[in-house]
Design a protein around this ligand. Structure first.
Ligand code: ADP
Ligand code: ADP
Length: 232
C-alpha cells in the first residue's frame, strides 16, 4: 500500500501583504516499507513538509493522506492521538528521558498510547537496533550513536504508519552516523516500516531508497536507487 501521499500541498506563512510560500503544490507518494530522504537548502521547506505530513501543521491548501486516509485537522487532542498512534519521530538531539533506562525509554510511547507492551516484539526491535545487551542502561551510559538507536527503537515499537527523522545524524560523528543509518535502513526493510528523513548529508541520503529534492518550496527532483523497490 501507500504510506503517505501529498496532493498539491501548499503552505503559506506571513501576511497577505507579505506572504512566505514555504511549500508550493508539493505532490509525493511513498509506498509502505520504503526509506526516503528529503534534501534541500535551508529555507526550502523541508521542515514544513515534515510538519504537514505529520499533522503538526495544517496545509493552506492540498491534501495529505496517511495510509490512504485523508488527514482532517480536528481538535488538538484528536491530532495528538493521531500522531501517537500513527507517527513516530526521531530528532537530531535524541530526546531521551535521562532518568529512564533503555527499556523504559523504548516502551514509553506504548504506555502513553495506552497500548499493550508486546515484550517479544520490543526485544526483537532492541536486538535489531543492536541494543539487546543495553536494556538496563541509562542514556548517559551510552554513546551518541547508541542513544540515537534507542530513539529509533522507540519510534519503531508502536509500528507507526510513518516515521519522520529530522537530521537524525546531525549530532553524530561520521562513523556513528553510518552505523545508525545502516541499522535504520535494515530495520526499515525487515520490519516493513516507512521512514522519511530530512538530512543535509549526501552520505546519509545514500542509505535511502529514494531522495526527494526541495528548492524554494517545490519538489524539483527525485532520485531512486536502481535496486530500490519504490516506484514513483
Ligand atoms: P527548511 O526546513 O528547508 O529549512 P522550512 O520549512 O523551515 O525550511 O521553511 C521554509 C520557509 O518558510 C522559510 O522561508 C521559513 O522562513 C518559512 N517559515 C517556516 N516556518 C515559519 C513560520 N512558523 N512562520 C513564518 N515563516 C515560516
Ligand atoms: P505531545 O504528543 O507530546 O503532547 P504534540 O502531539 O503536540 O506533543 O507533538 C508531537 C511531537 O512532535 C512534539 O514533541 C513536537 O515538538 C514534535 N515535533 C515538532 N517538530 C518536529 C519535527 N520537525 N520533527 C519531528 N517532530 C517534531
Amino acid at each position: 500500500g501507500e504510506a503517505l501521499r501529498l496532493v498539491e500541498v501548499s503552505k503559506t506563512y506571513g501576511t497577505q501583504a507579505n506572504p512566505v510560500h514555504a511549500l508550493r503544490r508539493a505532490s509525493l507518494a511513498l509506498p509502505a516499507g520504503t526509506f526516503t530522504a528529503v534534501m534541500g537548502p535551508s529555507g526550502s521547506g523541508k521542515s514544513t513538509l515534515l510538519h504537514c505530513a505529520a499533522g503538526l501543521d495544517e496545509p493552506t491548501s492540498g491534501r495529505v493522506l496517511v495510509d490512504g486516509t485523508e488527514l482532517v485537522h480536528g481538535s488538538e487532542t484528536a491530532m495528538t492521538k493521531f500522531r501517537r498512534s500513527r507517527i513516530g519521530f526521531v530528532f537530531q538531539q535524541f530526546n531521551l528521558l535521562p532518568t529512564l533506562t533503555v527499556w523504559q525509554n523504548t516502551t514509553l510511547p506504548l504506555r502513553l498510547a495506552g497500548q499493550k507492551i508486546d515484550t517479544g516484539f520490543v526485544r526483537d526491535v532492541l536486538d535489531r537496533t543492536w541494543l539487546g545487551d543495553r536494556v538496563d542502561h541509562l542514556p548517559a551510559e551510552l554513546s551518541g550513536g547508541q542513544q540515537q538507536r534507542v530513539a529509533i527503537a522507540r519510534a519503531l515499537v508502536t509500528r507507526p504508519n510513518l516515521i519522520f527523522a529530522d537530521e537524525p545524524t546531525g549530532a553524530l560523528d561520521t562513523r556513528s552516523a553510518r552505523e545508525v543509518l545502516a541499522m535504520l535502513a535494515e530495520a526499515v526493510h525487515t520490519l516493513g516500516q516507512t521512514v522519511v528523513m530530512v538530512t543535509h548529508d549526501p552520505v546519509a541520503a545514500a542509505f535511502a531508497d529514494s531522495v526527494v529534492f526541495l528548492a524554494d518550496g517545490q519538489i524539483v527532483d527525485r532520485l531512486d536507487r536502481p535496486d530500490a523497490k519504490t516506484v514513483a
